[in-house]
Design a protein. Structure first.
Length: 163
């Protein structure tokens, strides 16, 4: 899919078909995250792909607003080592993953991590070292429903030379 089409049509999807996602597609999507820009090329990220239903339900139950993770065929947990720019780096990787998923015809939704009270519990549930920082949980699947929220028009957000 054309990059501009991905960027202009991608939406957060919270309802998924039960169809499994091929492993090679999941690997390509994570690889897009791995290739994200990173401050000083530190690459602090690690990715945990969760496809097992019981594990996805456990993750979903720990979140506040990510209960739909249990119904998605896959969840990618984005973690980072605690570096100076871990949040920026991990967010860039997460955005790449969301866009790569859309390019593969998949729906996705970013569920917040870093500032959430459940962050340490998610890290533990993934079996990651406790010092890892949770950036995001990304639900992935073939969309059963694609929302169409309104976006602010360009002329409301674009400023030339000064605010």
């Amino acid at each position: 899919m054309d990059a501009m089409r991905v960027l202009t049509t991608r939406r957060s999807v919270r309802k998924y078909k039960p169809d499994p996602i091929p492993r090679e597609v999941l690997e390509q999507i994570v690889d897009a995250g791995r290739l994200a820009p990173t401050a000083r090329n530190i690459q602090p990220w690690e990715f945990v792909v969760v496809t097992e239903a019981a594990r996805r339900k456990r993750l979903a139950d720990l979140t506040e607003y990510g209960k739909f993770i249990a119904d998605a065929p896959a969840c990618i947990v984005v973690l980072c080592r605690d570096t100076k720019y871990f949040l920026e780096d991990g967010s860039a990787a997460t955005t790449n993953i969301l866009n790569a998923a859309a390019a593969h015809g998949l729906g996705s939704c970013w569920v917040a991590g870093d500032k959430k009270p459940y962050a340490a519990d998610i890290v533990a549930a993934c079996g990651a070292p406790p010092e890892m920082k949770l950036i995001a949980l990304i639900a992935l699947g073939y969309a059963a429903e694609i929302p169409s929220p309104s976006k602010r028009p360009l002329n409301e957000v674009l400023h030339w030379e000064r605010f």
